[in-house]
Design a binder for this molecule. Structure first.
Ligand code: ADP
Ligand code: F6P
Length: 321
């Protein structure tokens, strides 16, 4: 093992830069040459590769986004696209590739190994926290903290006006951003794709809360269910008197300086990834389970069906009574 390359792929996530930095510096310290691939698999197909040294990754640990930039690349999902990517890896004599990204990106890494025998290691980088094999993905903690900061502001104004706030958060088909925002932000309701929407139940809770003397309600809505404005129409359909305001946090959740949690995950994931490659282990996905850094067969990791934490969902509802 002499030369490795790093790429970031899919939606960017805070902590990706800290992870590029840690991977680069740890690999350099172990005597490896490091290349950075621009714009994910697109850069691999289009030969956008540059060598990274220690200075290339200075002053980025605190920055959101990714200095390597990222992309979604449908061409890479075809064998022809993957052949072009492999040709670039061969051109630079790259022995192994570290892929930082979500489920789709890790499937791409898996394809490179299973179809072409390329050594790969996947690092979970996505705000969605939608990978079952790891308790946390890089960027999730920062994204939830960004949501919490928004909830704090919204609570001030909703309480002053006796209003209901619907806050739409990201997460694709996964409700984790919504669940942890609701848990830690003291929201009155959380609506996630994993639980069937019961609009009558939510409306009833709003009425009960008003009767109890609550003078604001925050409903955290995961984007995988519906849009905030659609939920507002449904609720107003039941009770037209409700005073509801909608906020869609959108891509604000994807940026920002990574938290301590994401920076330490970035460092620990990077170190494990490089160690695995040096030990000659490939086709692994790095993660964290019960506070221990782990690695998993990447094929198994991407296949694993996400389990919903129903107990936590119930507890959030109890705490918001
Ligand atoms: P994420 O990695 O955040 O889940 P995407 O699902 O958009 O984001 O995937 C990012 C990229 O990974 C895709 O644009 C594509 O290049 C690659 N990819 C996704 N799914 C596959 C797949 N099944 N096989 C090969 N590559 C894939
Ligand atoms: O996967 C990360 C994510 O931010 C999802 O939560 C969201 O659904 C999607 O990416 C948004 O994608 P785009 O950046 O293409 O708008």
């Amino acid at each position: 093992m002499k030369n490795i390359a790093i790429l970031t792929s899919g939606g960017d996530a805070p902590g990706m830069n800290a992870c590029i930095r840690a991977t680069t510096r740890y690999a350099l310290a172990k005597g490896l040459k490091v290349f950075g691939v621009e714009r994910g698999y697109t850069g691999l197909i289009e030969d956008q590769v540059r060598e990274l040294n220690s200075r290339s990754v200075s002053d980025i640990i605190q920055r959101g986004g990714t200095i390597l930039r990222t992309a979604r690349c449908p061409e890479f999902e075809t064998i022809e696209g993957q052949e072009k990517a492999v040709a670039t890896l061969k051109k630079y004599k790259i022995d192994a590739l570290v892929v930082i990204g979500g489920n789709g990106s890790l499937m791409g890494a898996k394809d490179l190994t299973t179809n072409f025998g390329i050594n790969t290691v996947g690092i979970p980088g996505t705000i969605d926290n939608d990978l079952q094999y790891t308790d946390y993905t890089l960027g999730f903690d920062t994204a939830v903290n960004t949501c919490l900061s928004a909830i704090n502001n919204l609570r001030d104004t909703m309480t002053s006006h006796d209003r209901i706030s619907i806050v739409e958060v990201m997460g694709r088909k996964c409700g984790d951003i919504a669940m942890y925002t609701a848990l830690c932000g003291g929201a009155e309701n959380v609506i996630v794709p994993e639980v069937e929407l019961n609009i009558l139940d939510i409306s009833k809770r709003l009425t009960e809360n008003a009767a109890k003397g609550k003078n604001s309600d925050i409903i955290i809505l995961a984007e995988g269910v519906c849009h905030a404005e659609e939920l507002k129409i449904m609720l107003k359909g039941i009770n037209p008197k409700l005073s509801i305001r909608c906020t869609t946090l959108g891509h604000i959740q994807r940026g920002g300086s990574p938290t301590m949690m994401d920076r330490q995950l970035a460092a620990k994931f990077a170190i494990r990834a490089v160690d695995l490659l040096i030990e000659g282990k490939s086709q692994r996905a790095v993660g964290i389970k019960d506070n221990e850094i782990i690695d998993y067969d990447i094929v198994e990791a991407v296949k694993m069906k996400r389990k919903f934490n129903n107990a936590l969902y119930e507890q959030i509802n109890i705490l918001s009574l």
